[in-house]
Design a protein around this ligand. Structure first.
Ligand code: AHR
Length: 504
């Protein structure tokens, strides 16, 4: 058995914003059509919304949902998706080589978001469109002035403005695959002008400029610097996207995904702060990690191979326990950066690399990756506490000096409880983790624990066996005064809750 020791201090790293437990709904594959929206399904309500998906979205604790894309948004005309359904055009979606009937659009999404109790995050098209269309969209959504666009919204049955707060200025504009892809300078100027116009319509919005599509992009770093040099005065946040997968049987590198995400976050922070400093601004640009997940991109044959079809089955990865362990650890990294990460969206919500899976005539089910998300979103405390961790490290193919244990400790708003998240990266060994909480409270009470991993890592939940995987409890948890000792199974993610009987 390996050993690790954590000493927790009363110093706060940051406050967790609920918006880091966000998700993403894109017009892609069966995420919208046949996912959250399926008028022909016996599980749909009168509006065509899958009520079982809505319930699972609430159960997951999803706070915010980004919409309508993704690559999709870079060729999207938002006007196609509003007004009487029978007059909406059917179009080719070039991003995913699909047929888009536009029977689900902005107002349907807003109705769904209200039902699912999530905040919307909207993306504007800066691929094939520009300043005017983005300004029109926000006027349609948020303005209560008596103008043609707000009258149009009212004529569509929406009297009160949608009042959408969070807006993405395009999607992955650094990617050569993006429709309307631009170099950093061209994108930055367009984003800055679009941001200016949108804020003139509604000053009280959060604007997110596109950072890199992933850390390995050849332009990563310089892209962030150039984009912020031109736009920092007009934007609030910069985006990050990252998908992780297991290459071959290299489990250790896969378990290093959260360390790689951590490094990515730090590198973006450095770039953002450097621009701010150089310009002599008293402005801190925080981060929106608005696409992240485990995604087996190597299994996807690519868009070129697709025939144009409506709602094809695209990237419906079936997740294993091992994938869920990694998803849990990615959430830990996001929490650990609570001081700088304001939004984060797991991509995507249903079917398309989603934690929720659905078929027309069957109840929706929870993929393995549902559990770490739900447990983190629902149980994480308000404040992330700092600490020093002693653990052995190893070199992985994709990350040198990888700490074999990762931990995050959060405390509730009223200081009465703690949540401890722990990842054991040991492939074969258990790890005995000792946590010294003297600075936090003199008497602790163990409430419960949830654990994924340690056993058969290949198990999945699927149509035939929708409840094969559920989190278990940790076998060994000992509380002695203000010290907690737990035994973490090999390759596992755990969440442990404690009550503070007498806080310090
Ligand atoms: O989530 C799937 C796709 O991944 C999104 O459309 C795109 O933004 C990213 O590359």
């Amino acid at each position: 058995m390996q050993k690790a020791a954590l000493k927790v201090t009363s110093q706060a790293v940051g406050t967790i914003r609920s918006q880091i437990f966000g998700s993403f709904v894109e017009h892609m594959g069966r995420c919208v059509y046949g996912g959250i929206f399926d008028p022909g399904s016996p599980f749909a309500d009168a509006k065509g919304f899958r009520t079982d998906v809505v319930e699972l979205t609430r159960e997951m604790g999803v706070s915010v949902v980004r919409y309508p894309g993704g690559n999709f948004v870079s060729g999207y005309r938002w006007e196609d998706g509003v007004g009487p359904v029978e007059s909406r055009p059917t179009r080719l979606d070039l991003a995913w080589r699909s047929i888009e009937p536009n029977s689900f659009g902005l107002n349907e999404f807003m109705n769904w978001a209200r039902l699912a109790e999530v905040e919307p995050m909207m993306a504007v098209n800066l691929g094939t469109r520009g300043v005017q269309e983005a300004a029109d969209l926000i006027e349609y959504c948020n303005s209560d002035c008596d103008t043609q666009l707000s009258q149009l919204r009212q004529s569509h049955g929406i009297d009160t403005p949608h009042n959408i707060r969070a807006w993405c200025l395009g999607n992955e504009m650094d990617g050569p695959w993006q429709i309307g892809h631009k170099n950093a300078e061209d994108y930055a100027k367009l984003a800055a002008e679009t941001a200016k116009a949108m804020r003139l319509v509604d000053p009280d919005i959060t604007l997110i400029v596109c950072g890199s599509s992933h850390e390995e992009m050849p332009t990563f770093g310089d892209w962030e610097t150039t984009v912020l040099e031109h736009s920092i005065e007009h934007v609030d946040l910069i985006s990050l996207h990252a998908y992780y997968e297991k290459y071959g049987d290299d489990r250790l590198s896969f378990l290093a995904s959260s360390a790689r995400m951590d490094r990515f976050i730090q590198r973006v922070i450095e770039r953002a702060d450097e621009v701010s400093r150089r310009k002599g601004l008293d402005k801190r640009v925080n981060l929106s990690f608005d696409e992240w997940n485990v995604w087996y991109q190597k299994r996807f044959e690519g868009v070129d191979q697709l025939e144009f079809r409506h709602a094809p089955r695209l990237i419906e990865d079936e997740y294993t326990v091992e994938d869920a362990v990694v998803v849990g650890s990615l959430l830990m990294t996001l929490m650990a950066h609570a001081d700088r990460v304001d939004f984060a969206c797991q991509a995507q919500l249903a079917n398309v690399i989603g934690p929720i899976r659905v078929e027309k005539d069957c109840p929706a089910w929870r993929q393995t990756t549902f559990f770490p998300f739900a447990l983190s979103a629902r149980a994480a405390g308000h404040t992330v506490l700092s600490g020093s961790l002693e653990t052995r490290s190893m070199d992985a193919e994709l990350f040198e000096g990888l700490p074999m244990t990762q931990t995050v400790v959060t405390q509730s708003d009223d200081s009465s409880s703690l949540m401890i998240f722990a990842l054991n990266r040991e492939l074969e060994d258990e790890t005995q983790l000792t946590i010294d909480l003297t600075e936090i409270g003199s008497a602790l009470e163990y409430t419960e624990s949830h654990c994924l991993g340690g056993g058969n890592l290949e198990l999945t939940n699927n149509l035939e066996h929708p409840e094969q995987v559920v989190p278990g409890a940790l076998r060994e948890v000992v509380v002695d005064g203000s010290t907690l000792t737990v035994v973490l199974p090999p390759t596992s993610w755990s969440a442990i809750s404690l009550r503070l009987v007498s806080p310090s």
